[in-house]
Every structure is written in structure tokens, then in C-alpha cells.
Ligand binder design. Structure first.
Ligand code: SAM
Length: 208
């Protein structure tokens, strides 16, 4: 059994937008902290991986899909799909049974469209991270806390649907679950709050 875990996000969206780029960089940095590997799989040939991501030591870009990387009888049984519709929740003992943790490379949507089903159909063993939709970087963070730090899901401090305030009047409610940081705020990738603010300003401008 490999000592260090691999975290794979299978690329499912047609492009990798700025929001995903920030999430993936956060995942790569945190994965380096536990000597793991963070792989973005199923990338189209010639795909331009953002420069900031390429520079992260834990990061690997992969054109093969997860089915080719871990075929039946050659590692598939050691892959765990993090699936909001799975019947069983992830627990610390899953550390023994799985080497690879697989996530859908999908931006969160409200209401969720269940695009994780594209990976579920491939027959990987699924585990849920509780009933609330998380951002992809939060889902990887929570998985790492359970598997590497042996937290149970109910020990982790969460913030559900936090409201981000920008200045006096503007605010945005995020329709996801986050891990609560030591400062009491939701843990988000570096640069994300600015990006959300910029997007919010843009949609307000679009109204006029
Ligand atoms: N709305 C999405 C969908 O269509 O399935 C959920 C996307 S979520 C932003 C991205 C990935 O994070 C999912 O594919 C899944 O791997 C993981 N994830 C997020 N919340 C989860 C939960 N509560 N339980 C298990 N996995 C979760």
C-alpha cells in the first residue's frame, strides 16, 4: 500500500476557468503539505495548464482518464469516488482501503445538477462527505482531514452557506459548505474572495 495518497480531479468541464484555477492551486499546495500527489486527469491533448498550477510540486497533469489509469483488477478497487449521492459516508478507516481519492472537476452549482454521476457510472466505490454540497477544494480538504488526520466528519467545524460582505452594502451568499478556519471565516483559496467580489460587481454592472 503506498504511504502517500493521490487526489485526482477528473476534468469534466470544457474549460478551466479562473475559479477552478484558484481551487486547483489551493488543492496542490495543501496536498504538497502531506507529501501527496494532486492530479488533474482527462485533460484534452495540448491543454494549456495555468502557469501557477504547473509550478506546484505536488501537481501532475494527465491526459488519460481515471478508468485508464486504474483499470479493473489493476487498482480500480483502491479508488474512492467522493460522491454526494453515495450511501456511505467517508470515515477514517477508509485510509486502509483506498490509495486514490477521486473528485468531479465541476464547478459547484445551485441547485446541484449531479454531474458527479458521470464518474459514478464508471463503477468506482463511492463515499459521501455529508449531505451538503462543498466546493471541490473543500471536498478535497475534508477528505484529507478524514484520511490523513483521522477526523470523523462530525468533528470538522463547518460553515454552511456563508455570507461574504464587501463594504457597507454589498454581500453574496455562497451556496456551499466550507471548513471553518481558525479566524472563524470559511477557508477559501487565495484570491477567491477578490474574484467573487469582481464577479459580483460585474453582475451588478450588467444590470444597468
Ligand atoms: N453540483 C455538483 C454535481 O453536479 O455533482 C457537485 C460538484 S462539487 C462542486 C465537485 C466535487 O466535489 C463533486 O464531484 C464531488 O466529488 C465532491 N463533493 C462535493 N460535495 C460533496 C459531498 N457532500 N459528498 C461527496 N463529495 C462531494
Amino acid at each position: 500500500m503506498p504511504e502517500h495518497k493521490t487526489y485526482i480531479v477528473e476534468h469534466l468541464d470544457p474549460e478551466l476557468g479562473p475559479w477552478s484555477a484558484l481551487e486547483y492551486r489551493a488543492i496542490a499546495r495543501e496536498t504538497a503539505g502531506c507529501d501527496g500527489v494532486f492530479m488533474l486527469s482527462s485533460l484534452p491533448e495540448g491543454f494549456q495548464v495555468p502557469e501557477e498550477l504547473k509550478q506546484e510540486s505536488a501537481f501532475r497533469a494527465e491526459t488519460r482518464g481515471v478508468e485508464d489509469l486504474y483499470p479493473e483488477g489493476k487498482g480500480k478497487e483502491r479508488v474512492c469516488l467522493l460522491d454526494p449521492a453515495a450511501e456511505e459516508d467517508l470515515n477514517p478507516d477508509d485510509k486502509r482501503d483506498f490509495d486514490v481519492f477521486l473528485f468531479g472537476g465541476i464547478l459547484g452549482d445551485d441547485p446541484p445538477r449531479d454531474r458527479t454521476s458521470e464518474l459514478r457510472k464508471k463503477g468506482f466505490t463511492g463515499r459521501r462527505l455529508g449531505p451538503v454540497q462543498m466546493t471541490t477544494d473543500t471536498a478535497v480538504r475534508v477528505t484529507r482531514m478524514v484520511v490523513e488526520e483521522q477526523y470523523t466528519l462530525d468533528m470538522i467545524p463547518y460553515l454552511d452557506h456563508p455570507e461574504l460582505k464587501f463594504g457597507e452594502k454589498e454581500s453574496t451568499e455562497m451556496p456551499f459548505r466550507y471548513v471553518k478556519g481558525k479566524d472563524g471565516k470559511p477557508i477559501m483559496p487565495e484570491g477567491m474572495v477578490d474574484l467573487i467580489k469582481k464577479d459580483a460587481d460585474k453582475s451588478i454592472d450588467d444590470l444597468f
